[in-house]
Design a protein around this ligand. Structure first.
Ligand SMILES: [Fe+2]
Length: 318
C-alpha cells in the first residue's frame, strides 16, 4: 500500500483501486434477517416501515415486498434475533451462476450451489461466505435497465420502500473485507472514508451504476452495520421520517440529511430485530466507469457524513 502525504492533510491511500473481474452481480435483491419472532418482525415492518407481507412459508419465513418489482425485498426467518441469514444479489441468468461458481472455485472460495431453493419464489442460487461470516447469495432476479426506484411509479402511501439496494457489513479485518469486495465479489469501488492513519473506515462498492450495493465498515466486531431500502425521492424520505416521528413507534437514529459520500438523502431507524435501517433516495449513479476515480474522503471532513448540516455520525453507527 502506498500513500501520499502533504503538510496539513492526512496520508491517503493511493494504490490501485478497481482491478477485479466482475462476478456478474447486477444489483441488490433482498436481505434475510433471523428473528426469534419472524411474525412479529414482519408485522412491525408492515405497520411501521411500509412493507407488504406477501407470504409466510411452512418453515416460518415471512416475506416482505416493497413497492418495486421484486417479489420481496426483506425476509425475516426463524433463528437468532438479528443474525444475518443471507444477503441476496441478482445475477442476470442461471448461466451467470455457473460462471460465478467457476470463478469462485478459481479463487479458492468455497461455494454452495442450490438447484432448488426452499425459499418462496426463488430460483437456483449460489452461496458463499464473506470474511465477516455473512452468507452472500447470487440468484437470477428481476432485471431492470435503470435503478428500480427510478423505474417505478411514485407510490401513493408512506413510508414506501421500493427496493433493497445496499447493505454495509461490519468487519474486524477491514483489509480482508476490502479484498473480498473487490477481488472475490468483483465489485467496483466508488469511494472510501479514511482515518488519519490512511486505513479505510468505510468503503463503498458498486456492482453496476448505483453508487453502492455493498460496503464494508471497520468495526470492533463482525456484523451488520445497516441495511438500506430506496424510496422514490427526497420528498418520500422526508414524508417517511415525519410519519414515523409522528407515530412514535420507531426508534429514529439519524437524519434526514444528505450524505456527501453517495450523495443520497437519508434517514436511519431501527427494525424489530434492532438492526439499523436506512431509507434513502437520489443516490449517485456512476456511468463513466472508464474514467471514474473513487473519491477518498478524510474522516475529518464532516461533509462525507452530512453535507449540509455537518452533523456527526451517532454512537449507534460507529
Ligand atoms: Fe447506507
Amino acid at each position: 500500500m502506498t500513500s501520499t502525504h502533504t503538510a496539513g492533510s492526512p496520508a491517503l491511500y493511493a494504490g490501485p483501486f478497481n482491478t477485479a473481474q466482475p462476478l456478474g452481480i447486477d444489483r441488490g435483491n433482498y436481505i434475510a434477517i433471523q428473528s426469534n419472532n419472524p411474525a412479529a418482525a414482519a408485522q412491525y415492518a408492515v405497520e411501521n416501515m411500509g412493507f407488504y407481507l406477501v407470504h409466510a412459508d411452512s418453515d416460518g419465513r415471512h416475506y416482505l415486498a416493497g413497492h418495486g418489482l421484486d417479489p420481496y425485498s426483506l425476509v425475516y426467518t426463524p433463528g437468532e434475533q438479528g443474525k444475518v441469514d443471507h444477503i441476496s444479489y441478482v445475477v442476470r441468468d442461471a448461466e451467470d451462476l455457473l460462471i460465478a461458481e467457476q470463478r469462485l472455485a478459481e479463487l479458492g472460495v468455497k461455494t454452495e450451489a442450490i438447484a432448488h431453493s426452499p425459499l418462496w419464489r426463488h430460483g437456483p442460487a449460489l452461496r458463499f461466505a464473506n470474511p465477516s461470516g455473512q452468507t452472500i447469495e447470487l440468484t437470477p432476479g428481476v432485471l431492470v435497465d435503470v435503478p428500480m426506484a427510478a423505474l417505478v411509479a411514485e407510490p401513493q402511501s408512506t413510508p414506501a420502500p421500493i427496493s433493497f439496494d445496499h447493505t454495509i457489513v461490519r468487519a474486524l479485518d477491514v483489509a480482508a473485507g476490502y479484498e473480498f469486495s473487490s477481488r472475490v465479489m468483483g465489485l467496483k469501488e466508488s469511494a472510501r472514508i479514511v482515518a488519519p492513519d490512511g486505513i479505510p473506515v468505510l468503503g463503498f462498492f458498486r456492482c453496476h451504476t448505483l453508487y453502492h450495493c455493498y460496503g464494508v465498515a471497520r468495526s470492533q466486531y463482525n456484523g451488520l452495520h445497516h441495511m438500506q431500502f430506496t424510496v422514490k425521492n427526497p420528498l418520500a424520505v422526508h414524508a417517511a421520517f415525519e410519519h414515523m416521528k409522528q407515530r412514535g413507534k420507531v426508534e429514529l437514529i439519524w437524519g434526514p440529511l444528505r450524505h456527501g459520500a453517495g450523495h443520497n438523502v437519508v434517514f436511519y431507524f431501527r427494525d424489530y430485530t434492532g438492526h439499523i435501517v436506512e431509507y434513502s433516495a437520489e443516490e449517485e449513479i456512476i456511468l463513466n466507469d472508464a474514467t471514474y476515480a473513487p473519491r477518498v474522503w478524510p474522516i475529518t471532513d464532516p461533509r462525507a457524513a452530512d453535507e449540509w448540516n455537518l452533523s456527526h455520525v451517532p454512537e449507534a453507527m460507529m
